[in-house]
Design a protein around this ligand. Structure first.
Ligand SMILES: [Mn+2]
Length: 407
């Protein structure tokens, strides 16, 4: 049997923007690939929706999207089993088994969006449960808060069933893929993935990956739409896996028409408006030397430091980006370490060390900042500070306006 493995459609992503149709277009391509490759079962590893409560517009497009499954008619029954209780689901089209992701998570007592799709007969939703079809057992744990994920996995303790093909399906961060260790962000490592399954599948992380864990395979289909714009996503295509359970072959098939994503990083020291513009223009020149079917998505990350006295907000991007907005969707990330900010902190620390009161520190700062302006002692700083400190803002404003009239 051929099984199509998909993840992270994020239906409803970028609603109301020029990218609104992208999640539906690319999810449609993924389902089409599943049908064209003669899959008899589709697995979805979570974040089918982008929002926990999708909008009416998203629901409408979602039902239209899944009506495509009727092109693969079937007479199939999936059996869900949770805590010894069995439930049968009949399908007149290719059956779909899904877990929910972090984006669909809702509080206790509330129905999540996948439960709605299950009630509509489109899929079978599992959480700490199994779903069986045609000799294959899917053991699924939906997305849980990362901090609790390892405990939840251990408590659930899934075991492959003898004589069947077994698949494990999760939707979590995996420590091995992250650059730092933080249990709020990931508590599960590849070493914690239960063994003995023919295939372990994970959603949540949006780039595709395939690992061999001592003979048992671990795959991440990745998302079908770009939402996070991580560098890794610019290097790997979006697509789906097709797994043949008999031959055990596994193939990644790319979506035929996906929006291209290009990532650039510039490290600038003592950056000025001019240097930033030059960096952006050089990246955009490279982008536009290629031809694209759809406007490409471009992320330009700016690192390093700003010229003395400049703040991030002093760097304006609208003018330099304007000529490109017809040809690309560009995001610029300004991650400059501001020297002045570090200096300010230093000053505060020095003042605190001198055990000045908060108001004395405030007054010193105000005087220092005013000295850098053209204020030239136009009013008595101490008097005004005192008025502000006592909350007499109206009095202060009145005096200020009198002063300026005099001037
Ligand atoms: Mn996701």
């Amino acid at each position: 049997m051929k099984v199509a493995i998909l993840s992270d459609f994020h239906l409803g992503f970028a609603e109301g923007t020029e990218r609104a149709s992208e999640c539906f277009d690319q999810a449609g391509q993924a389902l089409k690939l599943a049908i064209e490759n003669k899959a008899e079962l589709i697995l979805h590893a979570g974040d089918l929706f982008d929002d926990d409560v999708p909008s009416q517009e998203t629901w409408e497009k979602t039902f239209r999207l899944f009506s495509m499954l009727n092109k693969a008619p079937a007479d199939a029954t999936v059996v869900k089993e949770k805590q010894g209780r069995q439930e049968e689901f009949g399908f007149s089209h290719i059956p779909l088994i899904a877990i929910h992701g972090t984006h669909e998570c809702r509080g206790k007592g509330f129905k999540n969006a996948l439960e709605v799709l299950e009630a509509a007969g489109i899929l079978v939703h599992i959480h700490a449960a199994t779903a069986s079809f045609n000799g294959l057992v899917v053991h699924g744990l939906s997305g849980v808060p990362e901090k609790k994920a390892l405990d939840a996995l251990k408590m659930w303790d899934p075991k492959p069933i003898d004589g069947k093909k077994n698949v494990l399906m999760l939707h979590q961060s995996i420590k091995d893929y992250l650059p730092f260790d933080d249990e709020m962000i990931a508590s599960i490592s590849l070493a914690d993935i239960p063994r003995g399954f023919d295939l372990a599948i994970n959603g949540h992380l949006h780039w595709t990956s395939q690992e061999d864990l001592n003979g048992s395979r671990f795959i991440m289909p990745g998302s079908t739409v770009l939402t996070q714009m991580k560098r890794l996503e610019s290097e790997k295509e979006k697509g789906i896996f097709i797994w043949d359970t008999e031959s055990d072959s596994l193939e990644f098939v790319s979506l035929p028409a996906q929006r291209k994503f290009l990532f650039f990083k510039h490290k600038l020291e003592g950056a000025t408006q001019e240097l930033v513009e030059k960096a952006i223009e050089s990246s955009m020149k490279e982008v536009l030397s290629n031809q694209f079917e759809q406007k490409p998505l471009v992320k330009i990350k700016l690192k390093g430091s700003l010229a003395k006295g400049l703040r991030q907000s002093d760097i304006s991007l609208s003018k330099v980006l304007e000529p490109f907005c017809e040809k690309a969707i560009v995001f610029v990330d300004k991650e400059f370490e501001t020297i002045s900010f570090a200096k300010k902190l230093e000053e505060l620390r020095a003042m605190q060390a001198g055990k000045k009161s908060i108001s004395a520190m405030g007054l010193d700062l105000l005087e220092k900042n005013l000295a850098q302006t053209s204020f030239k002692n136009a009013f008595d700083v101490r008097e005004f500070f005192q008025l502000f400190a006592e909350g007499k803002v109206d009095d202060a404003v009145e005096r200020l306006s009198k002063n300026s009239q005099k001037a």
